[in-house]
Design a protein around this ligand. Structure first.
Ligand SMILES: [Zn+2]
Length: 358
């Protein structure tokens, strides 16, 4: 595998930015996008986009958006014992929260932190742990009291984000990391901008990343209102369902990029489906159809402005919204190729053809 690609994936997946607190990833995106675009613009909530302007003002505006936030927690209360009660930012399965390493991010600095768990010894003679909820899990940064935590700068509203090293699997074909949802999107935006750096495009390209996707597709509303794209592509990571069987399930590792047909907030229109299929077939890009129970920023974007034709160029990963997500490098490469070819193909007449099939 290209070591440059792994380096970028490792850097982005190890950055720690939960919803509403995306500055670490934003800083990285600004630094890497700046030499590749005409200018950088931010929306009011912190979504950040690089713009490559076409000379012809009539050229279609193509927007490509990742999201910078990952699931995490916010301190709601500091207990007398110096531990933290939290609320979740984004969707967590309560069974994967306990006994993990996190970073507590405060205005005075970052501190190591763990999520509480109950040793089997203390469960002896009880009925065990019948129900686990976010409310029942405390976070522990080792402070001896509330007062001590406060002297270290801890305040309600501070964030707690998973801490994980990104590694390659033994066969070199897959990667284990946190937050591939959605540093995949950030990685593919940067890779596409880099690949297309010296290519003349038939459109104005607006590529970057939204904030606050994990808490309900919030950032996409502001960014699409600001940039008023003619066509929108979310680049996002979805849940794989392939560990026991691939029979009748959606999202299989190693089977290519995702062609998302439907989710609760989005349907793929016929013209867009035909366009994506045509690009995939022409360039021999492996893809799989995907139907999802969760949404992406395309769900918010297509309803903005005067209605924006939208699609998702996605990948799947196993065990998303946890500390340890596992995904395929080949799937990433397929998605990257599809995105690059889509951007190269989208001129006015292609967009008109897509829209004429509605
Ligand atoms: Zn997510």
């Amino acid at each position: 595998m290209e070591t440059k690609m792994f380096k970028r994936i490792k850097e982005l997946t190890e950055l720690q930015s939960t919803s509403g607190f995306e500055h670490n990833v934003r800083q990285y995106m600004i630094e890497k996008m700046t030499p590749l675009v005409d200018r950088i613009e931010q929306d009011g909530l912190g979504g950040v986009f690089g713009i490559r302007e076409h000379q012809d003002k009539q050229a279609p505006k193509v927007m490509v958006a990742a999201h910078m936030d990952e699931v995490g927690f916010m301190v709601s209360q500091i207990t007398d014992r110096g531990l933290f009660k939290v609320i979740s930012l984004g969707g967590w399965n309560p069974y994967v929260i306990s006994a993990q390493r996190f970073t507590l991010q405060t205005s005075k600095g970052d501190y190591p932190c763990v999520s509480s768990s109950i040793p089997p010894h203390l469960l002896r003679g009880t009925n065990g742990q019948s129900q686990v909820s976010v409310d029942s899990i405390l976070f522990d940064a080792g402070f001896e009291s509330k007062e001590e935590a406060e002297t270290f700068g801890v305040r309600p509203g501070d964030t707690i984000v998973p801490l994980v090293d990104t590694i390659l699997t033994a066969n070199g074909k897959r990667i284990i990391s946190k937050a591939w949802d959605n540093r995949y999107g950030c990685t593919v935006v940067l890779d596409a901008l880099e690949t297309l750096q010296n290519t003349k495009l038939p459109n104005t390209l607006i590529a970057g990343a939204n904030v606050q996707e994990e808490v309900g597709l919030r950032g996409a509303k502001g960014s699409t209102t600001k940039f008023k794209p003619d066509v929108f592509f979310a680049v996002d990571c979805s849940a794989a369902d392939d560990t026991v069987t691939t029979n009748g399930t959606f999202g299989h590792l190693g089977k290519g990029t995702l062609l998302r047909l439907q989710d609760p907030s989005f349907i793929l229109l016929r013209g867009m489906r035909e366009f994506l299929l045509d690009i995939a077939h022409t360039h021999h890009i492996p893809y799989q159809y995907f139907v999802s129970k969760g949404g992406t920023d395309a769900g918010a974007a297509h309803q903005s402005h005067y209605g924006v034709p939208s699609a998702v160029i996605g990948v799947v990963a196993r065990y998303i919204h946890t500390h340890q997500t596992l995904f395929s490098i080949e799937d990433y490469e397929a998605a990257r190729e599809l995105l690059i070819q889509v951007i190269k193909a989208l001129d006015s007449s292609t967009l008109n053809t897509i829209k004429s099939m509605n």
